[in-house]
Design a protein around this ligand. Structure first.
Ligand code: RRO
Length: 299
């Protein structure tokens, strides 16, 4: 299936996160059935990230403040090369920066490793100067997206933050700047406190919530973006089983990304793509596109 400029093996994609930190891990996820894989976000300079604990499991999902750890674009090119040599699944490079010039520098710096697509991370909820502070400003999102689209000859997707009043205004900014798709959502800003010590549990004190708790937030964002935009929406947030993926597709997703659930089951891509096929057959549809956004007709 061709979506937003790339040929996916199936509609399940590894979301950006720690499973995308090395070429070997990316290749393993693709061997486990991912239709495409997204790298951990790569920035302009090497960064060791926030202090531990940086990721903690809660009852309802995970909370993290990894703090954008990465070896910079020059350090990561080799990992992309390794991933690409071990698999034929499309590789999507997630990148971040503080402004259009930095995003474009990172994209240009990765071009020699030939990623199939770029995903612009303008949405990390706990990154000073990066992330959500960038992705809540439609003018900045437009400028960043336009600059990267102009610099590269592969599709550019933009990953949006739910930590805004109106996600569609940010989606429209990305679309009008030439994005091939928007990806919704990055994590929801949150916090957890240890009641015995009184300390916030994350080294950074607050962070981004993912997993089942955020699924209804993601479904609403995908639903609204599908209504507002003409480019594909990639749905991500709390998908743990085929039913969750189907719900996201009915809301308007052309494909889904899976992040937190991979930590519990690295075979989840195959389970979910087979489950989607079973659902399509049961209700007499031939492809995922036939049910994308179907819930919008139910009025
Ligand atoms: O590295 C992180 O702390 C991180 C990133 Br870049 C992101 O986009 N979302 C998130 O929850 N954590």
């Amino acid at each position: 299936m061709k979506i937003a400029g790339i040929e996916l093996k199936n509609p399940t994609i590894l979301a950006s996160g720690i499973m995308g930190t090395t070429g070997a891990a990316l290749a393993r996820m693709s061997r486990n059935g991912a239709g495409a894989v997204v790298t951990k976000s790569i920035g302009p300079v090497p960064n060791k990230g926030h202090n531990n604990p940086s990721m903690v499991e809660l009852e309802c999902g995970y909370i993290n403040a990894m703090g954008l750890p990465n070896p910079s674009y020059s350090g990561f090119c080799e990992e992309i090369g390794i991933a690409k040599s071990k698999t034929d699944a499309p590789l999507i490079a997630s990148i971040f920066g503080g402004d259009a010039a930095e995003f474009t520098e990172v994209a240009n710096g990765l071009l020699s490793s030939k990623p199939d697509c770029f995903e612009l991370n303008v949405s990390c909820p706990h990154a000073e100067g990066y992330g959500a502070s960038v992705g809540t400003d439609p003018d900045l999102v437009h400028e960043i997206t336009a600059s990267v689209v102009d610099a590269v000859d592969v599709p550019v997707w933009v990953k949006l933050t739910p930590n805004v009043t109106d996600i569609t205004s940010i989606g429209r900014a990305a679309e009008s700047a030439g994005a091939s798709a928007v990806v919704a959502i990055n994590t929801v800003r949150g916090m957890a406190i240890d009641i015995h010590s009184g300390y916030p549990i994350l080294g950074n004190r607050f962070g981004g919530l993912s997993g089942p708790a955020v699924k209804p937030v993601a479904v609403k964002c995908v639903y609204d973006l599908y209504e507002a935009l003409d480019i594909p929406v990639i749905g991500v947030g709390g998908i743990t089983c085929p039913q969750d993926a189907i719900e996201m597709i009915l809301a308007g997703a052309s494909a889904v990304e899976i992040g937190s659930a991979v930590h519990d089951d690295t075979q989840i891509f195959e389970t979910i793509s087979k489950g989607i096929d079973t659902y399509l057959q049961k209700y007499g549809y031939s492809k995922t596109e036939d049910i994308t956004g179907l819930s919008h007709e139910m009025i």
